[in-house]
Design a protein around this ligand. Structure first.
Ligand code: NAP
Length: 241
């Protein structure tokens, strides 16, 4: 008997697919037979990711430098996806940034970049994706939020604001789009072993990027009648405080 491959030939875009969690999600999608576009801000990180992913799945991956907080660049990115993949079935809004410092030290630019990337960028990409899903009879948006979308902590004012906002946005879009056969899920991780926010990726106790990719895989493979709209993912045994 053939194993079902629900993601085979699906057309996917992963923002921030050049590193960390986004790269792990791109690997997972390719290994399931999907065709994948990724974007990132840095040409160097994008090129390195594309080289690795091309080896994994020759001819199935493309990428473009695009800053999700710039609407013109987002529109160009989706035009590129149209050309390269010929449509879109799955959007993973993963690109994100964070600065962790007291409000008195947080600059106006850091605030704008955090909200622009983590919240407005998700709106821009969703706005571009939804009409494209319409032409394919439906689609799926996965938004990578954070436990910081529900729990405020000192030194995270901009990051908290962006992810609290993202959770509300994501839930509202889920309710808006469900009757157009579009499912929307929010994944809210705790500590994941990446270099996010300038952190070192170490720590065996942390969730691995591949674990988040496994959760995304599970979401995307649920029957069309079902969606898990919000999932928290946390380290099972973080160091005791
Ligand atoms: N790591 C954690 O502990 C953790 C926990 C909870 C939630 N998250 C969330 O998970 C998501 C991914 O984080 P990560 O840990 O994988 O971080 P990461 O390793 O720093 O990777 C971030 C990715 O986003 C891209 N990116 C950043 N700003 C962008 C922009 N304006 N336009 C396009 N791409 C942009 C980066 O591209 P460049 O390489 O070009 O910069 C990179 O590919 C974020 O939304 C983050 O908030 C992470």
């Amino acid at each position: 008997m053939n194993t079902p491959q629900p993601l085979k030939d699906k057309l996917c875009l992963v923002t921030g697919g050049s590193r960390g969690i986004g790269l792990a999600i791109a690997r997972m999608l390719l290994s399931e037979g999907a065709r994948v576009a990724i974007c990132g801000k840095s040409e160097k990180h994008l090129a390195a990711a594309l080289e690795e992913l091309e080896l994994l799945s020759p001819g199935k991956v493309v990428g473009k430098v695009a800053d999700v907080k710039d609407y013109e660049q987002v529109a160009e990115l989706f035009g590129f996806v149209d050309q390269a993949l010929g449509g879109l079935d799955i959007l993973v809004n993963n690109a994100g940034v964070g600065w962790f410092k007291n409000i008195s030290e947080l600059s106006v630019d850091e605030w704008a970049t955090t909200i622009g990337t983590n919240l407005t960028g998700v709106f821009y990409c969703s706005k571009q994706a939804l009409p494209r899903f319409g032409t394919r009879g439906g689609g799926y948006i996965v938004n990578i939020s954070s436990l910081a979308g529900k729990n405020a902590f000192a030194g995270a004012s901009a990051y908290n604001a962006s992810k609290f906002g993202l959770n509300g946005f994501s839930e509202a879009v889920m309710l808006d789009a469900r009757y157009e056969n579009v499912r929307v899920s929010t994944v809210a991780p705790g500590s994941v072993a990446t270099e996010f926010g300038g952190l070192t990726s170490g720590g065996d106790w942390k969730v691995q990027p591949e674990d988040i990719a496994d959760i995304v895989h599970m979401l995307l493979c649920l029957p069309a009648r079902t969606m898990a709209s919000y999932i928290e993912v946390r380290p099972a045994k973080p160091p005791r405080k």
